[in-house]
Design a protein. Structure first.
Ligand code: ZN
Length: 212
């Protein structure tokens, strides 16, 4: 079996997302770049309760099959489009986490109102609508993330969330922080109009964090 370590890490990441409620049943998908040519990605149609390392699929950057007994995720075109066009991306997680998805349905980006937002490097944008399962969905996400500022993740209009990372743990933590940022923004809007951190305040927080 090719890329055993990567399979292990990917399954761990997807199960953590599942346990956190950021993906459910067989919604969402995760992948990791394992070489210049290959990715490991979750299969389509297998629920997380039953998923094992052998169920994960190896594909090339054009989505062609390399190894695996299942079909790769239906969102493969979105993943491959992002990997081919943003070379520093090493891992991608796509979730339908509920608070973030709620903002994606109304097309409202999530401003930086607490330190959660800083993990993404700026306000969490909303990508233009594109049909799920298409390359167009990948291009919409790229356009939204490129900003400026360049951010690590985006809401996908009427669909969910796409996050990128330098590795799987990084992508996992950004997926968690985006959902937390969306939840806090939602709760704050029930009480009043939250104050948005200014660029100067963000810069100051970053400097304080970097000092530690
Ligand atoms: Zn989806």
């Amino acid at each position: 079996m090719l890329y055993e370590e990567a399979r292990k890490a990917l399954l761990k990441c997807v199960l953590r997302l599942y346990q956190k409620g950021l993906v459910q049943l067989n919604s969402g998908n995760v992948s990791v770049r394992v070489s210049d040519e290959h990715l490991v990605i979750t299969p389509t149609g297998i629920s997380y309760d039953d998923m094992s390392e052998e169920d994960l699929v190896i594909i090339d950057l054009n989505g062609g099959p390399v190894e695996g007994k299942h079909k790769p995720s239906s969102e493969t075109p979105m993943h491959t489009t992002v990997y081919k066009n943003i070379h520093e991306v090493k891992a991608i997680a796509h979730t339908h986490s509920p608070f973030a998805l709620a903002f994606a349905t109304v097309g409202r980006s999530i401003p930086v109102i607490s330190t959660e937002g800083l993990a993404v490097r700026g306000p969490i944008p909303v990508a233009d609508y594109a049909c799920p399962g298409t390359e167009a969905q990948g291009w919409a996400a790229i356009k939204a993330m490129k900003g400026p500022p360049y951010v690590m993740g985006t809401l996908l209009k009427n669909h969910g969330v796409l996050v990128t990372g330098a590795n799987l743990s990084h992508a996992y933590s950004i997926a968690c922080r985006i959902e937390m940022a969306a939840k806090v923004f939602f709760l704050a809007l029930q009480i009043g109009e939250p104050d948005i951190l200014t660029d100067d305040q963000i810069k100051e927080i970053r400097t304080a964090y970097l000092r530690k």
